[in-house]
Write a protein that binds this ligand. Sequence first.
Ligand SMILES: *[C@@H]1O[C@H](CO)[C@@H](O)[C@H](O)[C@H]1NC(C)=O
Ligand SMILES: *[C@@H]1O[C@H](CO)[C@@H](O)[C@H](O)[C@H]1NC(C)=O
Ligand SMILES: *[C@@H]1O[C@H](CO)[C@@H](O)[C@H](O)[C@H]1NC(C)=O
Ligand SMILES: *[C@@H]1O[C@H](CO)[C@@H](O)[C@H](O)[C@H]1NC(C)=O
Ligand SMILES: *[C@@H]1O[C@H](CO)[C@@H](O)[C@H](O)[C@H]1NC(C)=O
Ligand SMILES: *[C@@H]1O[C@H](CO)[C@@H](O)[C@H](O)[C@H]1NC(C)=O
Length: 301
Amino acid sequence: MTYFMDDLMAFIWISILLTSVYCLTEEQEDLAAKVSELSVTISKKDPKRVELIWDNSDNITTPTSVMQTPYSPVMDMDYIKKVCCHFSNCNLNHGGEDTAAKNFSCIVYNIYFMNCTWTVGKAAPNHVQYYLYSQNAKKKQESECTNYIKDSQKRHVGCHFDELDRFGGKAYFLVTGSSKRIKIKNFCSEKISLFSIEKYNAPSNITVNCSKSNCLIQWQKPKTRIEIGDTEFRYMLCIQKLGSQYTNDTEIELPGSTKNEYVFTNFDMEKNYILKIRARHRRASWGYWSKPIEFDHLGRI
Ligand SMILES: *[C@@H]1O[C@H](CO)[C@@H](O)[C@H](O)[C@H]1NC(C)=O
Ligand SMILES: *[C@@H]1O[C@H](CO)[C@@H](O)[C@H](O)[C@H]1NC(C)=O
Ligand SMILES: *[C@@H]1O[C@H](CO)[C@@H](O)[C@H](O)[C@H]1NC(C)=O
Ligand SMILES: *[C@@H]1O[C@H](CO)[C@@H](O)[C@H](O)[C@H]1NC(C)=O
Ligand SMILES: *[C@@H]1O[C@H](CO)[C@@H](O)[C@H](O)[C@H]1NC(C)=O
Ligand SMILES: *[C@@H]1O[C@H](CO)[C@@H](O)[C@H](O)[C@H]1NC(C)=O
């Protein structure tokens, strides 16, 4: 009861202090409201100085104290991000490090879709269940995954999205966990730009036209989720000579242009070749290879 009163007093104090004296952002106010065991002391030496103390009994990432002065409010913004306190179900009272979802990653593929996947934490019990929440670029429109990818034990280990417009190009993710036995730590992603995780489909309309000594290879940029300028693309061509003792792939990387073409000069008229092309945004990783195309001196086979 005494503890409860103390907490309540602390909470009232902090609410008054944080909202009236200091200029806190909405995010900081939200965090302050979520800190359950918070104590406030006013420095005896300097009455304008306030010390905030968090419960740190789990010895994890909770900051033990944050100093506040009327002139320089310093709530730890990195900490807010780290525990995903921009989500409504952020959890300051979390479990051990290895209970959280691990190896979280997302890809945008086939123009309109996105999959996010993770693995079960090493210290998580077998019956653990994870839940994924996402927010858009503005840290608004929070929603839970509606299409989980499950492992053989029916644990959620991924989420499939088939509507990406609501993200506005950037997304935040939170994976919470539940278990009857132990507390599960949240996993909180950094801000993820959908641009940087997009895996493009293969370039389209690939043509090969060979003359005596060389071949003109042409293609068109892949269809993408949002309109992207020709020069933002990068292409990789893989040309493999068939029927040799060994196969020595030639890989050529080229910047995109309005006219996507390459003149292949080391052409041996006696041989057949296999060509594949893939694309990426200049700031992202490679997309899918095109289906292999076989050609000889007469062109595509
Ligand atoms: C937290 O750390 C302190 C000092 O390192 C230790 O004495 C205490 O037992 C730890 N508490 C927990 C819950 O691990
Ligand atoms: C992490 O995930 C990536 C992509 O899904 C996968 O390629 C990689 O093997 C995974 N690593 C571990 C340690 O599970
Ligand atoms: C994404 O997840 C869906 C649903 O599990 C699966 O069918 C699809 O193959 C996955 N795609 C990629 C690129 O991982
Ligand atoms: C392929 O080229 C044809 C003719 O130039 C064009 O009509 C068609 O739209 C192109 N297809 C794609 C997917 O770019
Ligand atoms: C191949 O190139 C030759 C010479 O440039 C041209 O005459 C011919 O029309 C081209 N063929 C195709 C299918 O583009
Ligand atoms: C394979 O090709 C590369 C460059 O295209 C060349 O430097 C290398 O010597 C070739 N290897 C063989 C075994 O011919």
